[in-house]
Design a protein around this ligand. Structure first.
Ligand code: DNO
Length: 346
């Protein structure tokens, strides 16, 4: 496995100097953040990111994310212009050494939580999702926001988007995804860049918007839309694991055996009656079988990318919810320990 850490660029309070001190940390997972969704990233910005990372002794082989413009997900006639821009981004990133691109195909909202700072018994706090809290959230208010969400939408944009999506069900969304993949996977293959779709988080429709990368049946269908090793997955354990019907160890085993996992997001969650709570990465802190997941990767000789995922806020740290330094660093060390032990026992 190739261990990485997400970094939000020059404004991230979690600096590269700090990240590089995490044992075995080698790969920075990042993106160009100051370009509107759907536009081409400048070669200079990509090169500047790369240089900064390499000056700090690490590499930039994974981009998370190159976001997909809503017109592509909606299947609008304007999508071809955004797809051409996406293809160009793949070429430009490949020219700077990028090997894997993470993206998602969730309408309007990326990952969704209902509270960002739920305090646990030990005084740490973390992100949670409770169904009853979701009922109280109004997506049309234009006021909901999470790190990673496109924050450029105004209230009027939201109304328009929801109106447009009222004509798009999950079948249509699958069709639009196929159209997109047919256009970008050949470019990814030519440039030797592995495309890695992120599952929907949580893996069920929210606010009446369809979500399709949710379970084994739909992931099988997704992989067949364009049956190429360049069309693969970011397998996010916490996203898929939020639905207790998903057997995450089985999914990791199956798709890593097929060579279709290019990037792993590993984190633990505790399933509760109406949703889930994010916990420390360790096996005994949540409901997921993290050791089983790492063992499935190890048994299948996984040599793709991996990163610890959301961390809690501990030791008084404040910052981007889910993306502080301390707990993610503990997560990285935990994953290292489990992995090294599994290698020794082989
Ligand atoms: C959440 C992240 C997601 C992910 C996107 C990929 O913490 O895993 O925001 O980056 O869904 O496009």
């Amino acid at each position: 496995m190739k261990l990485g850490f997400r970094w939000y660029g020059a404004d991230d309070p979690v600096t590269l100097q700090k990240i590089r001190q995490i044992p075995n940390m080698h790969n920075i997972v990042t993106a160009v953040y100051d370009v509107p969704v759907g536009e081409v990233w400048s070669r200079e910005s990509i090169r500047a990111l790369r240089s900064r990372i390499e000056e700090n002794g690490m590499v930039m082989e994974v981009i998370e994310s190159v976001p997909v413009h809503e017109d592509i997900k909606l299947g609008l006639p304007t999508r071809d212009r955004y797809i051409a821009a996406y293809q160009e981004n793949i070429r430009r990133l490949a020219a700077e050494g990028v090997k894997c691109i993470c993206y998602n195909f969730m309408p309007v909202f990326d990952w969704t939580r209902t509270q960002l700072d739920k305090v646990a018994a030990d005084g740490s706090n973390s992100l949670v999702y409770y169904a009853e809290q979701l009922k109280g959230m109004d997506p049309l208010s234009g006021e909901l926001s999470l790190p990673g969400w496109d924050s450029s939408y105004k209230k009027e944009d939201m109304r328009r988007l929801f109106e447009q999506y009222s004509h798009v069900d999950s079948e249509a969304l699958f069709d639009h995804l196929k159209y997109f993949l047919e256009a970008i996977i050949p470019v990814a293959a030519e440039n030797d860049v592995k495309m890695a779709i992120h599952p929907d988080d949580p893996p069920w429709p929210i606010f009446g918007l369809p979500r399709i990368i949710t379970d084994e049946k739909n992931i099988d269908r997704f992989l067949k839309l364009v049956d190429s090793p360049y069309n693969g997955l970011t397998l996010c354990t916490g996203s898929l694991g939020a639905d207790p019907h998903n057997d995450v160890v089985h999914l990791v085993d199956k798709y890593s055996k097929m060579g279709r996992i290019h990037f792993m997001h590993v984190r633990n969650i505790k399933l509760v009656e109406n949703g889930f709570e994010e916990t420390a990465h360790d096996q005994n802190c949540g409901s997921l079988d993290i050791i089983g997941i790492m063992k499935a990767l190890s048994d299948n000789g996984y040599d793709g990318y991996i990163r610890p995922d959301h961390g809690r806020m501990i030791w008084g740290e404040t910052g981007k919810p889910g993306y502080g330094l301390y707990d993610r660093a503990l997560g990285a060390s935990y994953l290292n320990g489990v992995w090294e032990t599994l290698q020794r026992m082989k």
